[in-house]
Write a protein that binds this ligand. Sequence first.
Ligand SMILES: [Zn+2]
Length: 92
Amino acid sequence: MNELDSRKCKDHACKLPSPHEGNCFLDPLVVIDYTNHQGSRRVRRIAPMKILFMASPPWHPAPEWLLGAIDADDGKHKFFPMRNIHSWKAEA
Ligand SMILES: [Zn+2]
């Protein structure tokens, strides 16, 4: 669970709110247009961490690709099903 411990930023250039889960993030954030499992669609700013395939995700009956990322709004690590990401672009 160390990866998910909240931590204060050590690098003043970090793009995430302090404290946040995961490591500090210095690269451009990514803006996604995303619909969550409750059907709420909106634009979010995220720091992508990894992409993985889960054979039986607890929240969905079928295997799927997931994007693990830190949400730049609240600093929390979340999984975003790739099928629900409508668009993707890096921030300038
Ligand atoms: Zn940080």
